[in-house]
Design a protein around this ligand. Structure first.
Ligand SMILES: [Fe+2]
Length: 236
């Protein structure tokens, strides 16, 4: 599957990512590593690779463009997903934001922000091929493959170490995405929940996103806000 011809050739051959003729290295997350964050860990099913992460396929300053491939499957009634993480605070104290694009397949994202009293606000974003959106500062996130084929995602993010502990301690995100809809994770107290389209969440944070690779390759400065969230102008 050819993802891009320009600005460089990016191709997926099965689970191998090839950039301009060269195999790109990856790290993989196994199904058994996700057990702690599953809605129904006893229905985990056979072990194997749950998803592949190809990091730094393109880079500019401290920002990198990554690709993730999530296999289609179910864990009980829950769709295949990533482990979930929060981002650390940037120099400007707000946590780093991130941008995502669905390159192939169908996805749901569960974003959540923790209040001082430990309750959380959640935003569900459902995205189809080519759509891109912002994960705002302060929001942890989980990506779900809600389609029946491999989900290929792109993201651009600043270099930092992600924080997984909240997700592991609470056994997953605040809402699980299942074949029967979203199910609340009872380890959380939910303060707010809403469903936004990629367009709505981008509008709220004052960002206009098109194809991420083209934008990032040609005008990387447009992603300055990923290193310095004070450059975002939320319309709240
Ligand atoms: Fe992230």
């Amino acid at each position: 599957m050819i993802l891009y011809e320009k600005p460089f050739r990016l191709e997926l051959l099965g689970r191998t990512l090839i950039k301009d003729g060269e195999e790109w290295p990856f790290t993989a997350r196994k199904v058994s590593e996700l057990k702690e964050v599953m809605m129904e860990p006893h229905l985990m099913g056979p072990d194997g690779i749950a998803y592949y992460m190809f990091r730094g396929v393109h880079q500019w300053e401290n920002l990198r463009y990554d690709i993730t491939l999530i296999e289609p499957r179910f864990y009980g009634d829950e769709y295949a997903k990533t482990l979930g993480h929060y981002h650390p605070p940037s120099k400007a104290s707000q946590a780093y934001p991130e941008v995502y694009q669905v390159l192939k397949g169908k996805a749901s994202f569960v974003l959540q922000r923790k209040h001082k009293d430990e309750s959380v606000d959640c935003i569900m974003v459902e995205a189809n091929e080519k759509e891109s959106f912002i994960v705002p500062p302060g929001y942890g996130h989980v990506s779900y493959n809600t389609g029946d084929s491999p989900l290929v995602l792109a993201n651009i993010v600043a270099g930092f170490d992600s924080r997984y502990d909240e997700y592991l301690e609470n056994h997953g995100p605040a809402f699980f995405c299942t074949r029967f809809g979203y199910k609340q994770n009872t380890y959380y107290i939910i303060k707010g929940q809403e469903k936004l389209s990629p367009r709505q969440i981008n509008k709220r944070y004052g960002v206009i996103l098109g194809d991420l690779l083209g934008m990032f390759y040609n005008k990387p400065q447009k992603f300055d806000f990923l290193s310095d969230p004070t450059k975002l102008t939320p319309v709240l």
